[in-house]
Design a protein around this ligand. Structure first.
Ligand code: 1HN
Length: 362
């Protein structure tokens, strides 16, 4: 311990003991515990292969029914360093959920905000009902269930469906703000299909006008996102991200949810991005294609359906295989920005690359 004080070592030691007994802590002794030079990140990057985890989800098909009590037949991606929060990142949890042909999952609502990404859908009458409106799940569609909104799921088709859930519950729990209410007849009255998507379209009320809902759009069709990614052209290709678009709240032009920004990105065949790091954490889901992401010098090869997490302050760069690759991601960047804590840095050495990536197989 190096501290400049006038007291003798003996009396200082006694002072420390007396402070501890009084439930006080001397800043001079603990300052490096309170404030570190750069983010102290307590968990690793990790990757979950679709082929390894989906068979486990399927095994639950006969063993669990999404009725009141079980609520949902879903399985969380648990980072080995975050077992206590059952989540992939310290702020974001992801899960795969199975709803079998003909099943329903009961209505409930919670303080945690969530999104669904329809990883495998055959279309038809598979939907999440949010505040009484059926939001159909075509493959790779994004649906929102923002904080406090009633939601239930139904699969009226002959095919089982698997989707990706993304929730902010680790952050909500860190803030000790969790609430949960099961539905018992008090769920929102029915609304016609397409209600939320058709109300605003190209138009929005001026910022100082009242609008009844914080989230006017609840469904983002993949057909439109895919088309938008392709319409962007080479000039919109970013050296760190390829072509990346955020799913915005059209009322505010702000992020998808206050706690989560959802994005989709296109990496053209052979694209190798330059590395960077930021104070936000991000969980990725591979929509399609093959490639790899180098995170803090370790190569994580990925293919369709895989999930991986980039912790805060971790260098990361993406590489697409020979064909196009599409990534979906959810990041806590809006939280860090709202708190004035967002920072990012580019990796400038070695042409922006952390490692030689000769070849990889997903
Ligand atoms: C939840 O409400 C859903 O509504 C899915 O489908 C996964 C994981 C943890 C807590 C609540 C859903 C969840 C969840």
């Amino acid at each position: 311990m190096a501290c400049a004080t006038n007291a003798s070592a003996d009396s200082l030691e006694r002072l420390h003991e007396d402070l501890e007994a009084a439930n006080m802590a001397p800043t001079w002794k603990y300052i490096s515990s309170f404030i570190s030079k750069s983010p102290r990140v307590g968990y690793r990057p990790w990757l979950w292969k679709w082929d390894e985890v989906i068979p486990l989800l399927m095994r639950s098909g006969e063993l669990i029914t999404p009725d009141r009590g079980a609520e949902r037949r879903s399985m969380e991606h648990v980072n080995p360093d975050l077992g206590f929060s059952y989540s992939a990142s310290h702020t974001i949890a992801t899960a795969f959920q199975l709803v079998r042909a003909g099943e329903r999952a009961p209505a409930h609502r919670h303080a945690a905000g969530a999104i669904r990404f329809a990883a495998r859908s055959h279309g038809g009458a598979v939907y999440t009902k949010v505040q009484g409106e059926r939001l159909m799940m075509e493959e790779n569609d994004l649906l929102l269930t923002p904080s406090g909104m009633w939601h239930e799921h139904a699969n009226e088709t002959a095919h089982d469906i698997v989707w990706l859930d993304v929730l902010d519950f680790p952050l909500v729990n860190l803030l000790q703000a969790s609430m949960f209410q099961p539905g018992e007849g008090q769920v929102a009255p029915d609304r016609p299909d397409g209600f939320s998507n058709e109300r605003l379209g190209l138009f929005r009320p001026p910022k100082d006008f009242p609008y009844p809902e914080a989230h006017p759009v609840l469904r983002y069709p993949w057909t439109q996102m895919r088309e938008a990614l392709h319409s962007m052209g080479r000039e919109a290709e970013d050296r760190h991200e390829g072509v990346l678009l955020e799913y915005v709240n059209p009322l505010t032009s702000g992020p998808t949810l206050p706690t989560l920004s959802c994005r989709a990105q296109l990496l053209r065949g052979g694209m190798r991005t330059a590395a960077r790091r930021s104070t936000s954490s991000t969980v990725y889901f591979v929509i399609g294609g093959e490639g790899a992401t180098v995170i803090d010098g370790v190569t994580f090869p990925w293919a369709r359906g895989d999930v991986f997490v980039v912790p805060p302050w971790s260098w990361h760069e993406h590489a697409a295989g020979s064909g196009e690759a599409y990534l979906f991601s959810a990041t806590d960047k809006p939280v860090m920005q709202a708190l004035g804590l967002f920072r990012s840095e580019s990796f400038e050495e070695n042409g922006g690359h952390q490692a030689v990536l000769s070849s990889f197989r997903a």
